[in-house]
Design a binder for this molecule. Structure first.
Ligand code: ADP
Length: 179
């Protein structure tokens, strides 16, 4: 599914973040920037050790923020390491922190003049954020950012499996007011 936000495209696809040919891909990182499981593990396996070596130089990356490195052997040029919140019931600032993680990654795209970026569904694996709520936060944050800045030209959400795709599609239709 694709929608236009001004001149920008917001796209939902089912797939694997490591295979994306966007200029940047986003990693669901942890505050320590140490390779873990899930998306993070897949990116470091596919991209090689240079990504973790570069990320390590940043030290720590607080929840809600993001840092950028090269992308090693991946098709993308950059990996943006964004740290989403661990779900602790929903009353510990999780929605604001999740929105901030998306915004921080998008701001880095503007700074580096990156025109296309692919995101995984941050926080919805090991970090336990309920998918439906996360989809609403992710999509509304991206839409607001695109409305405000008219960049990057392409934002793609890469959903891992049918369930995640369906959930995001439903949330996007609701936000756009389409049946
Ligand atoms: P977090 O620690 O932020 O929760 P995870 O990597 O555990 O991050 O999971 C985030 C989301 O990414 C989950 O919904 C998971 O299903 C999905 N995912 C796992 N592997 C991939 C992949 N290779 N490409 C895209 N999404 C993936």
């Amino acid at each position: 599914m694709q929608v236009k936000i001004g001149n920008c495209v917001l796209e939902l696809v089912k797939g694997d973040i490591t295979q994306q040919d966007t200029e940047a891909i986003v990693n669901a990182a942890n505050e320590e920037l140490i390779p873990g499981g899930g998306v993070d593990g897949a990116i470091h396996r596919a991209g090689g050790p240079s990504i973790a070596e570069e990320a390590r130089r940043y030290g720590r990356c607080p929840t809600g923020s993001a840092v950028i490195t090269g992308a090693g052997n991946l098709k993308a040029k950059y990996v943006i390491h964004a740290v989403g919140p661990i779900w602790r019931g929903g009353n510990h600032g999780e929605p604001e922190l999740l929105a901030s993680a998306y915004r921080s990654a998008l701001k880095l795209c503007l700074e580096k003049d990156i025109n296309s970026v692919a995101f995984p569904s941050l926080s919805t694996g090991a970090y336990g954020y309920p998918l439906k709520e996360a989809a609403r936060v992710a999509l509304s944050t991206i839409i607001s950012f695109l409305k405000e800045h008219q960049k990057p030209a392409l934002v793609r959400l890469v959903l891992f499996g049918e369930d995640a795709y369906q959930t995001y599609e439903k949330a996007l239709k609701e936000l756009m007011g389409t049946p």
